[in-house]
Design a protein around this ligand. Structure first.
Ligand code: SF4
Length: 237
Protein backbone atom coordinates (compact mmCIF):
# COMPACT_ATOMS: atom_id res chain seq x y z
CA UNK A 1 0.00 0.00 0.00
CA UNK A 2 1.63 3.23 -1.16
CA UNK A 3 0.97 6.11 1.20
CA UNK A 4 2.44 9.55 1.75
CA UNK A 5 1.08 10.43 5.15
CA UNK A 6 -1.03 9.71 8.21
CA UNK A 7 -2.81 12.13 10.54
CA UNK A 8 -3.56 10.45 13.85
CA UNK A 9 -6.28 12.89 14.89
CA UNK A 10 -8.29 15.31 12.76
CA UNK A 11 -11.46 17.23 13.52
CA UNK A 12 -11.89 18.40 9.90
CA UNK A 13 -11.84 15.35 7.66
CA UNK A 14 -14.91 13.36 8.81
CA UNK A 15 -17.85 15.71 9.47
CA UNK A 16 -18.83 15.76 13.13
CA UNK A 17 -16.37 13.03 14.14
CA UNK A 18 -12.76 12.90 15.29
CA UNK A 19 -10.93 10.80 12.74
CA UNK A 20 -7.58 9.36 11.73
CA UNK A 21 -6.60 9.95 8.13
CA UNK A 22 -4.40 7.99 5.73
CA UNK A 23 -3.25 9.56 2.47
CA UNK A 24 -2.80 7.02 -0.33
CA UNK A 25 -0.36 7.86 -3.11
CA UNK A 26 -0.99 8.05 -6.83
CA UNK A 27 -3.63 9.87 -8.79
CA UNK A 28 -4.98 9.67 -12.33
CA UNK A 29 -5.71 13.43 -12.38
CA UNK A 30 -3.33 16.36 -12.10
CA UNK A 31 -5.26 19.32 -10.74
CA UNK A 32 -3.34 22.59 -10.82
CA UNK A 33 -4.50 23.47 -7.29
CA UNK A 34 -3.68 20.06 -5.73
CA UNK A 35 -2.15 20.47 -2.26
CA UNK A 36 -0.65 17.00 -2.17
CA UNK A 37 0.85 16.60 -5.61
CA UNK A 38 4.43 17.54 -4.69
CA UNK A 39 4.45 15.68 -1.39
CA UNK A 40 3.02 12.58 -3.05
CA UNK A 41 5.87 12.59 -5.56
CA UNK A 42 8.58 13.10 -2.92
CA UNK A 43 7.47 11.14 0.14
CA UNK A 44 5.76 7.92 -0.83
CA UNK A 45 6.25 4.79 1.28
CA UNK A 46 5.20 1.28 0.33
CA UNK A 47 4.05 -0.71 3.37
CA UNK A 48 1.43 -3.40 3.93
CA UNK A 49 -2.16 -2.35 4.70
CA UNK A 50 -1.89 -4.03 8.11
CA UNK A 51 1.26 -2.08 8.97
CA UNK A 52 -0.47 1.13 7.91
CA UNK A 53 -3.37 0.27 10.22
CA UNK A 54 -1.01 -0.54 13.09
CA UNK A 55 0.88 2.72 12.53
CA UNK A 56 -2.23 4.80 13.19
CA UNK A 57 -2.88 6.00 16.74
CA UNK A 58 -6.62 5.42 17.02
CA UNK A 59 -6.89 6.20 20.74
CA UNK A 60 -9.30 9.10 20.24
CA UNK A 61 -10.59 8.24 16.77
CA UNK A 62 -14.26 7.72 16.06
CA UNK A 63 -13.70 7.14 12.35
CA UNK A 64 -11.14 6.57 9.60
CA UNK A 65 -10.71 8.68 6.48
CA UNK A 66 -9.01 7.27 3.40
CA UNK A 67 -7.83 10.15 1.26
CA UNK A 68 -5.11 10.82 -1.27
CA UNK A 69 -4.09 11.13 -3.99
CA UNK A 70 -6.80 8.97 -5.40
CA UNK A 71 -7.22 5.84 -3.28
CA UNK A 72 -8.99 3.86 -6.02
CA UNK A 73 -5.82 3.71 -8.15
CA UNK A 74 -4.70 1.06 -5.62
CA UNK A 75 -7.92 -0.98 -5.50
CA UNK A 76 -6.59 -4.11 -3.79
CA UNK A 77 -4.67 -2.26 -1.09
CA UNK A 78 -7.68 0.00 -0.49
CA UNK A 79 -10.03 -2.96 -0.16
CA UNK A 80 -7.67 -4.82 2.18
CA UNK A 81 -7.10 -1.77 4.37
CA UNK A 82 -10.86 -1.15 4.75
CA UNK A 83 -11.44 -4.81 5.61
CA UNK A 84 -8.74 -4.63 8.31
CA UNK A 85 -10.30 -1.50 9.85
CA UNK A 86 -13.74 -3.11 9.91
CA UNK A 87 -12.41 -6.42 11.30
CA UNK A 88 -10.16 -4.90 13.99
CA UNK A 89 -12.18 -1.86 15.16
CA UNK A 90 -15.39 -1.67 13.09
CA UNK A 91 -14.98 2.10 12.78
CA UNK A 92 -16.94 4.13 10.21
CA UNK A 93 -14.87 4.76 7.07
CA UNK A 94 -15.03 7.81 4.82
CA UNK A 95 -13.53 7.54 1.35
CA UNK A 96 -12.44 10.62 -0.60
CA UNK A 97 -12.47 10.05 -4.36
CA UNK A 98 -12.32 11.98 -7.62
CA UNK A 99 -15.14 9.87 -9.05
CA UNK A 100 -13.11 8.28 -11.83
CA UNK A 101 -13.48 4.65 -10.70
CA UNK A 102 -17.07 3.58 -10.13
CA UNK A 103 -16.43 -0.17 -10.08
CA UNK A 104 -14.00 -0.08 -7.17
CA UNK A 105 -16.23 2.21 -5.12
CA UNK A 106 -19.27 0.08 -5.92
CA UNK A 107 -17.50 -3.04 -4.65
CA UNK A 108 -16.44 -1.30 -1.44
CA UNK A 109 -19.95 0.03 -0.83
CA UNK A 110 -21.62 -3.30 -1.58
CA UNK A 111 -19.22 -5.08 0.79
CA UNK A 112 -20.28 -2.70 3.56
CA UNK A 113 -16.80 -1.21 3.88
CA UNK A 114 -17.68 2.46 3.32
CA UNK A 115 -19.97 4.61 5.46
CA UNK A 116 -19.37 8.03 3.92
CA UNK A 117 -18.36 8.79 0.35
CA UNK A 118 -17.01 12.22 -0.64
CA UNK A 119 -16.81 12.74 -4.40
CA UNK A 120 -15.06 15.66 -6.07
CA UNK A 121 -17.02 17.21 -8.90
CA UNK A 122 -14.39 19.65 -9.97
CA UNK A 123 -16.10 21.77 -12.60
CA UNK A 124 -18.32 21.61 -15.67
CA UNK A 125 -17.30 18.40 -17.40
CA UNK A 126 -15.85 19.97 -20.55
CA UNK A 127 -13.43 21.93 -18.33
CA UNK A 128 -11.88 18.83 -16.71
CA UNK A 129 -8.99 18.77 -19.14
CA UNK A 130 -8.02 22.35 -18.29
CA UNK A 131 -8.37 21.98 -14.51
CA UNK A 132 -7.52 18.31 -13.82
CA UNK A 133 -5.72 17.20 -16.99
CA UNK A 134 -8.26 14.40 -17.29
CA UNK A 135 -10.93 13.50 -19.82
CA UNK A 136 -14.08 14.43 -17.87
CA UNK A 137 -16.60 13.02 -20.37
CA UNK A 138 -17.44 10.04 -18.12
CA UNK A 139 -17.44 11.91 -14.80
CA UNK A 140 -21.03 13.15 -15.16
CA UNK A 141 -22.42 9.62 -15.55
CA UNK A 142 -20.00 8.28 -12.90
CA UNK A 143 -21.28 10.79 -10.34
CA UNK A 144 -24.90 9.90 -11.09
CA UNK A 145 -24.07 6.19 -10.74
CA UNK A 146 -22.28 6.76 -7.42
CA UNK A 147 -25.25 8.69 -6.03
CA UNK A 148 -27.56 5.85 -7.05
CA UNK A 149 -25.31 3.15 -5.54
CA UNK A 150 -24.95 5.03 -2.23
CA UNK A 151 -28.70 5.68 -2.00
CA UNK A 152 -29.43 2.00 -2.59
CA UNK A 153 -26.93 0.82 0.02
CA UNK A 154 -27.67 3.53 2.61
CA UNK A 155 -24.23 5.18 2.41
CA UNK A 156 -23.99 8.94 2.99
CA UNK A 157 -22.75 10.71 -0.14
CA UNK A 158 -21.24 14.17 -0.31
CA UNK A 159 -20.33 15.88 -3.60
CA UNK A 160 -18.00 18.86 -3.50
CA UNK A 161 -16.43 21.50 -5.66
CA UNK A 162 -13.37 23.63 -4.97
CA UNK A 163 -14.42 27.00 -6.33
CA UNK A 164 -11.69 28.80 -8.31
CA UNK A 165 -13.16 32.12 -9.53
CA UNK A 166 -10.75 32.46 -12.46
CA UNK A 167 -11.61 29.00 -13.78
CA UNK A 168 -15.19 28.25 -12.74
CA UNK A 169 -18.22 30.45 -13.37
CA UNK A 170 -21.79 30.52 -12.13
CA UNK A 171 -23.03 28.48 -15.13
CA UNK A 172 -20.53 25.74 -14.24
CA UNK A 173 -21.96 25.59 -10.72
CA UNK A 174 -25.44 25.19 -12.21
CA UNK A 175 -24.14 22.30 -14.35
CA UNK A 176 -22.53 20.64 -11.34
CA UNK A 177 -25.46 20.97 -8.95
CA UNK A 178 -27.93 19.73 -11.56
CA UNK A 179 -25.74 16.61 -11.82
CA UNK A 180 -25.36 16.05 -8.08
CA UNK A 181 -28.99 16.54 -7.06
CA UNK A 182 -29.87 13.48 -5.03
CA UNK A 183 -26.66 13.55 -2.99
CA UNK A 184 -26.94 14.02 0.79
CA UNK A 185 -24.67 17.06 0.98
CA UNK A 186 -23.09 19.42 -1.52
CA UNK A 187 -20.04 21.37 -0.34
CA UNK A 188 -18.43 24.40 -1.91
CA UNK A 189 -14.80 24.65 -0.86
CA UNK A 190 -12.66 27.76 -0.91
CA UNK A 191 -9.75 27.53 -3.34
CA UNK A 192 -6.44 27.91 -1.44
CA UNK A 193 -3.83 29.29 -3.80
CA UNK A 194 -0.89 29.15 -1.39
CA UNK A 195 -0.69 25.35 -1.39
CA UNK A 196 -1.29 24.84 -5.12
CA UNK A 197 1.56 22.99 -6.81
CA UNK A 198 1.19 24.87 -10.12
CA UNK A 199 2.56 28.39 -10.27
CA UNK A 200 -0.31 29.65 -12.45
CA UNK A 201 -2.72 28.80 -9.62
CA UNK A 202 -0.59 30.42 -6.95
CA UNK A 203 -1.23 33.74 -8.69
CA UNK A 204 -5.01 33.35 -8.87
CA UNK A 205 -7.51 35.13 -6.69
CA UNK A 206 -9.20 33.20 -3.87
CA UNK A 207 -12.99 33.52 -3.56
CA UNK A 208 -14.51 35.44 -0.66
CA UNK A 209 -16.86 33.84 1.81
CA UNK A 210 -19.67 36.01 0.40
CA UNK A 211 -19.11 34.62 -3.12
CA UNK A 212 -19.20 31.07 -1.79
CA UNK A 213 -22.42 31.71 0.13
CA UNK A 214 -24.02 33.25 -2.96
CA UNK A 215 -23.14 30.15 -5.01
CA UNK A 216 -24.29 27.98 -2.12
CA UNK A 217 -27.72 29.56 -2.43
CA UNK A 218 -27.84 28.46 -6.09
CA UNK A 219 -26.92 24.96 -5.00
CA UNK A 220 -29.75 24.98 -2.43
CA UNK A 221 -32.22 25.12 -5.33
CA UNK A 222 -31.11 21.57 -6.21
CA UNK A 223 -29.64 19.97 -3.07
CA UNK A 224 -31.38 20.38 0.31
CA UNK A 225 -28.19 20.35 2.35
CA UNK A 226 -25.32 22.64 1.32
CA UNK A 227 -22.10 23.51 3.16
CA UNK A 228 -19.51 26.19 2.54
CA UNK A 229 -15.97 25.33 3.66
CA UNK A 230 -13.64 28.29 3.95
CA UNK A 231 -10.68 29.38 6.05
CA UNK A 232 -13.25 30.80 8.48
CA UNK A 233 -14.73 27.32 9.07
CA UNK A 234 -17.77 25.39 7.91
CA UNK A 235 -21.12 27.04 7.31
CA UNK A 236 -24.22 24.94 6.66
CA UNK A 237 -26.80 26.78 4.55
S1 SF4 B 1 -7.81 14.50 -7.95
FE1 SF4 B 1 -7.26 15.18 -5.89
S2 SF4 B 1 -5.30 14.19 -5.44
FE2 SF4 B 1 -5.64 14.02 -7.66
S3 SF4 B 1 -4.53 15.76 -8.50
FE3 SF4 B 1 -6.67 16.38 -8.20
S4 SF4 B 1 -6.72 17.34 -6.15
FE4 SF4 B 1 -4.80 16.16 -6.31
Amino acid sequence: MKIFGIIDLSTLDYPKKCSSVVFMSGCNMKCGYCHNYTQMKKNTYNISPYKVYKSMDLTFSEAIVVSGGEPTVQPQALMEFCKIVKRERNLPIKLDTNGSNVDTVKELVQEGLIDYLAVDVKCAFEKYWDIAQYDGSKIESNVKKLIKICKKEGVFIECRTTYIPEKIDREDIYTVVRTVKGCDLYALQQFDREHSWKEEYRKMREPTLEELVELGKIAKEYVPSVAVRSKEGILYL
